[in-house]
Design a protein around this ligand. Structure first.
Ligand code: AMP
Ligand code: MG
Length: 342
């Protein structure tokens, strides 16, 4: 299959809309990461997403809308809880996904057999225009091959999916750079399933205290069931082995182990002090820059070739830093060295 590289002009957005209406797959820009979109109400189009990505069938997809009214217009939920309405009012359009009891229009392929559905109203104007052009809600996971870092540019999408999907729309670099915050409102008490650009403090300022799912910070124990199936998989990983290093003496530690095949994923300030190849996340403490840079840096590690081991700085798990930590610890397959405990 030839993959069209489309631009974000009116004619190309219309073309993307037609491909989607006809059951095809299109990589689309959003403010979080690039999504791999299909008509959410067409089961065979949705099934093609899993095929193209090599995604496990038990990992449900997020349904993207271009207007809060789409939820009721397309019967996407069986209940739109009061707290979900309040969060939608405050944070949509934006990088927040809400899980609600699923409506009759949602095919099992989207919800992976669960009785809930994940919904998001992206803020990116091109994403909104494509949804409107398709005249249907779009199911879209991140547009990467399953397991690899999520794409934050159209070139990343092409690297992974060229020849496997109908088209990609180039809408530039993604603003946030990490996937959306996911919260469930289908449980007794609202619970954070995946941290992202909208922080715990922001959510709590609207609906009061929320729970944080165990899988956000910890590896699931054998046999433990994931509230958000995506959290159980190794994820976001470059081909090189990544080890997360906690503690202030990061540079000394890495220099003590320096060789040709070792690299550091570090802060700007560390670069001069390190005797290994470096990939930076931005400045220490600047969580939003780190979120923006992380996936691009993980991809650059693979592209630079010959690197087998990466020591990564451990960010503070607070605010947007919680999302950076959550992705990095999965990229590291939960392998952590705590320098204070050596
Ligand atoms: P992705 O779009 O690839 O970033 O993945 C979407 C994330 O949302 C995954 O972690 C899914 O497991 C999660 N998700 C989607 N639908 C649901 C749902 N109904 N219940 C819980 N988690 C969900
Ligand atoms: Mg993904």
């Amino acid at each position: 299959m030839h993959t069209l590289l489309l631009k974000d002009n009116e004619a190309d957005i219309k073309k993307a809309g037609e491909i989607l209406r006809n059951g095809g797959l299109v990589g689309i820009p959003t403010e979080t990461v690039y999504g791999l979109a299909a008509d959410a109400l067409n089961p065979s189009a949705v099934a093609a997403i899993f095929e193209a990505k090599g995604r496990p069938m038990d990992n449900p997809l997020i349904v993207h809308i271009a207007d809060i009214g789409d939820i009721e217009r397309f019967s996407l939920v069986s209940e739109f809880p009061e707290k979900a309405r309040a969060l939608a009012e405050k944070f949509w359009s934006g990088p927040l996904t809400m899980i609600m009891p699923k409506g009759k229009a949602i095919p099992d392929e989207v919800s992976a057999g669960l009785d809930t559905v994940a919904i998001r109203f992206p803020e990116h104007k091109v994403a909104q225009a494509i949804i409107r052009a398709a005249k249907t809600p779009l199911a879209a996971p991140s547009a990467n091959l399953s397991g690899s870092p999520s794409p934050t540019t159209a070139a990343h999408v092409m690297n992974d999916l060229n020849g496997r999907i109908e088209a990609v729309v180039d809408g530039g670099e993604c603003r946030v750079g990490l996937e959306s915050t996911v919260i469930t409102l289908a449980a007794e008490k609202p619970r954070l399933l995946r941290p992202g650009g909208i922080t715990v403090a922001q959510l709590e300022s609207v609906i009061g205290e929320i729970d944080i799912d165990d899988a956000v910070l910890h590896r699931l124990k054998d046999g433990e069931k994931a509230a958000s199936p995506g959290m159980k998989y190794k994820h976001y990983a470059p081909k090189a082995r990544v080890i997360l290093v906690k503690g202030e003496d990061f540079c000394e530690f890495v220099n003590g182990r320096a060789d040709e095949e070792t690299a550091a994923l570090c802060y700007d300030e560390d670069k001069e002090r390190l005797r290994v190849k470096t990939f930076t996340l931005g400045k220490n403490g600047e969580s939003e820059t780190q979120a923006h840079e992380l996936f691009n840096s993980l991809r650059e590690i693979d592209e630079s070739g010959g690197i087998r081991l990466v020591y990564a700085r451990c960010p503070k798990p607070e605010g947007v830093g919680l999302a950076v930590y959550n992705r990095l610890i999965r990229a590291a397959g939960f392998e952590v060295i705590d320098l204070e405990k050596l």
